[in-house]
Design a protein around this ligand. Structure first.
Ligand code: MOS
Length: 698
């Protein structure tokens, strides 16, 4: 029996595969695309929050008199007078409902005023009193209270074990600890929302969101509202990287405030500094990797044990070692995740949660093994290629093309001939080296997507789905999919997305957007074509739900190869990356132009993680010290010199109806390892802790 419920059913690609320019490009660059804070509303009220200045404790008093006396202040909310919420199922949203403080920076109040400036000034005048309780904000892998969470992000098991890692034969062993720091998402557009409590029980939000239905559902639950009377509108979004994938405390605070001023829209844009405690971050990780191999580089055991943090307020367990379950073949294998529950803000999704930090450790370890075995790092990986998915035993949907990516990348990058000797290439004061690492990301397909196709009087096809475009290109690429599914030119498609009043759609997360929404759009188009053929009457309409996850016979993962050239200043330790190349196997590429942007965007974020990004949490006070762009460095234009992405021309016959597998996250995976491996090749110094700052190279 076959379970190929999903097969590529777009027989002809016409619009798909064409490098169309962004449909929303012109209105974005001319400032006419409304972002969340910019939606025109009448008589807005501005919100500025009051944040806890202790990391754990209780609010014992609130002196709001001075704030309330300031001209222009409309209201000051604290736990004493805030409207009541209904459900605390999501503790992150339970704001101003109790006196408990779970992390420094938590919202303890809000000022509503006629202007942004007055709100901010007044918030400074609010005096909160606290009972300060001892807090614990230090991730130490030797703690005795580490625990195993029930399940990891995206539903993975916490631990796995096969065979006996400790008894595996080993001519060569790599046994090392790698660390990645706390990192913050920092999309260009800060989180912002306008909340309007229109009538009792009716709520409208203009939001900057990766998932309008997800935010709607969370807020409807928290406030006990009928989801049908909550509307979340998010047509244009300036990035999210996961931090806009869920409702956060600022949403709840804005809705509370909107209830306090019914009929008036409440505008709340987080400052960059507030984002460092409010909207999630990547947990720091401590990763113990042990690789055992024969003298000729065949892995006999892989062990990947991770310690990371979560928040006392709410658990998030990053799936950091999951990559080591499926990357390479080895009969003995062990992975584990242990968490420290700390008095810190709630960690959450940040681009390739799990794979990004996990593949740093795993792929630097592979490079160390290659050096120890005297093997080219590409050859080492080729020798450990599994024929089928080590986790499920299934073949990969569309095949596993990691080695092709590595070999194609080597050819384009000019990898051969490469002298493996570290620290011997010098150009003036610069030490030069090259590095490679593998990349992977799973194909996620999220359930519950619907789309509607409607033939309109202007002779076009409206395609409706509550998807979002977070800067990735959805406005363009989903229209391409619809055009091919309807067998019409892309110009005949009028896409409508970014509104929870549109048919149900899943979150733009886990690189699942095109797969999940596209499946629904194809299903609706097929239903429309089946009903009306090629001559639909005006007003003709069909809706359909995407078919269920195929599962069953195939493993679905994308793979890639990351190459980097680095120059390390022998005197100062400064690292420059003159060249990066990624070659990916990700199924059918819907739009080469927007896809390239996604790939190289991910690679640049990997470069940023490799060299710059590090949130420094002061355990004495429980806050991130470097909470702005002056101190939290991200890659700038000057860091990015010659960067390119390529991909294998392929169609995955089982991944989804388009034959694609998702590309939003794989670009970041492996890029930091490629740079760290190149730094070793340049200098002979093996850096196992990110970021690779100059002090580590002197
Ligand atoms: Mo991505 S971290 O799943 O938005």
């Amino acid at each position: 029996m076959t379970t190929e419920l999903v097969t590529v059913d777009l027989l002809h690609f016409h619009a798909i595969g064409v490098p169309l320019e962004r449909a929303d490009g012109t209105i974005k660059v001319t400032g006419r695309a409304p972002y969340a804070f910019e939606h025109p509303v009448t008589e807005p009220v501005y919100l500025h929050p009051v944040q806890a200045t202790v990391a754990r404790g209780r609010v014992t008093g609130a002196d709001t008199a001075a704030a309330r006396a300031l001209p222009g202040v409309i209201a000051v909310l604290t736990h004493e007078n805030a409207p009541r919420m209904v459900s605390g199922d999501d503790p992150e949203l339970w704001v101003l409902q109790s006196t408990e403080i779970a992390f420094r920076g938590q919202f303890v109040g809000a000022v509503l005023a006629e202007t942004l400036e007055v709100a901010r000034h007044a918030a400074d005048l609010v005096r909160m009193e606290y009972e300060n309780l001892p807090h614990d904000a230090e991730l130490d892998p030797r703690r005795d209270d580490l625990y195993a969470p029930d399940v990891l992000n995206a539903g993975y098991p916490t631990d796995t074990a096969e065979g006996d890692v400790d008894a595996a034969p080993a001519a060569v062993t790599i046994d090392r600890t790698y660390r990645t720091p706390m990192e913050h998402n920092n999309p260009m557009e800060p989180h912002a929302v306008i909340a309007l409590w229109a009538e009792p029980g009716e709520l409208l939000l203009y939001d900057s969101s990766q998932g309008v239905h997800r935010v709607r559902g969370a807020l409807a639950t928290a406030f006990g509202l009928d989801p049908g009377r909550v509307r979340v509108v998010s047509p244009y979004v300036g990035g999210g990287f996961g931090s806009k994938g869920s409702a956060h405390a600022h949403h709840a605070l804005a809705v509370l405030a909107a209830q306090a001023v019914p009929g008036r829209p409440v505008k709340f844009a987080l400052t960059r500094q507030q984002m460092f405690s409010q909207v999630g971050y990547r947990t720091p990780t401590v990763q113990h990797v042990r690789l055992s191999a024969t003298a000729d580089g065949r892995l006999t055991a892989i062990s990947h044990e991770v310690v990371e943090q979560t928040a006392r307020l709410k658990e998030f367990a990053e799936q950091t070692a999951v990559c080591s379950r499926m990357m390479y073949t080895a009969p003995n294998r062990r992975t584990s995740h242990r968490l420290a529950r700390l008095d810190v803000p709630v960690p959450a999704w940040m681009r390739a949660p799990g794979e990004a930090p996990g593949m740093f450790a795993a792929e630097v370890a592979m490079d160390e093994l290659a050096v120890a075995c005297g093997l080219d790092p590409i050859e080492l990986r080729a020798r450990n290629e599994p024929g089928t998915d080590p986790v499920t035993g299934r073949p990969w949907s569309g095949g596993r093309h990691l080695v092709e990516c590595l070999r194609e990348g080597a050819r384009r990058f000019g990898w051969d001939p490469r002298d493996p000797t570290p620290g011997v290439r010098r150009d003036g004061e610069w030490l030069v080296g090259t590095g490679v690492a593998a990349s992977t990301y799973p194909r996620h397909l999220l359930p519950g997507n619907r789309a509607t196709v409607r033939y309109t009087p202007d002779g076009r096809y409206s395609v409706l789905i509550g998807a979002v475009d977070i800067g990735t290109g959805t406005w363009t690429t989903l229209a391409q999919i619809a055009a091919d599914a309807l067998e019409v030119p892309v110009g005949a498609v009028a896409l409508e997305i970014g509104d929870s009043d549109l048919p149900q759609a899943s979150v733009a997360g886990g690189s699942s957007g095109m797969s999940s929404w596209g499946s629904a759009v194809v299903a609706a188009a097929r239903a429309f074509r089946a009903r009306y053929g090629e001559g639909p009457p005006v007003g003709a309409e069909a809706s359909a739900e995407a078919p269920a996850e195929p599962g069953g016979d195939f493993a679905a993962d994308s793979f890639g190869a990351q190459f980097a050239e680095v120059r390390v200043n022998a005197d100062t330790g400064e690292v420059r990356v003159p060249r990066m190349l990624g070659v990916f196997s990700a199924g059918k590429i819907i739009n080469p132009r927007t896809a390239r942007s996604q790939f190289i965007g991910g690679m640049i974020m990997g470069l940023s993680a490799a060299l710059h990004e590090e949130s420094v949490l002061d355990p004495r006070f429980g806050h991130v010290v470097n909470h702005d762009f002056a101190d939290y460095h991200i890659a700038a234009c000057a860091d990015v010199v010659d960067i390119d992405a390529a991909w294998l021309e392929e169609v995955d016959p089982h991944a989804n109806p388009m034959g694609s597998r998702g590309i939003g996250e794989i670009g970041i995976v492996g890029a930091p390892a490629a740079i760290a491996n190149a730094v070793h090749h340049a200098t002979g110094i093996r850096v196992r802790d990110l970021p690779i700052t100059p002090d580590r190279l002197l």
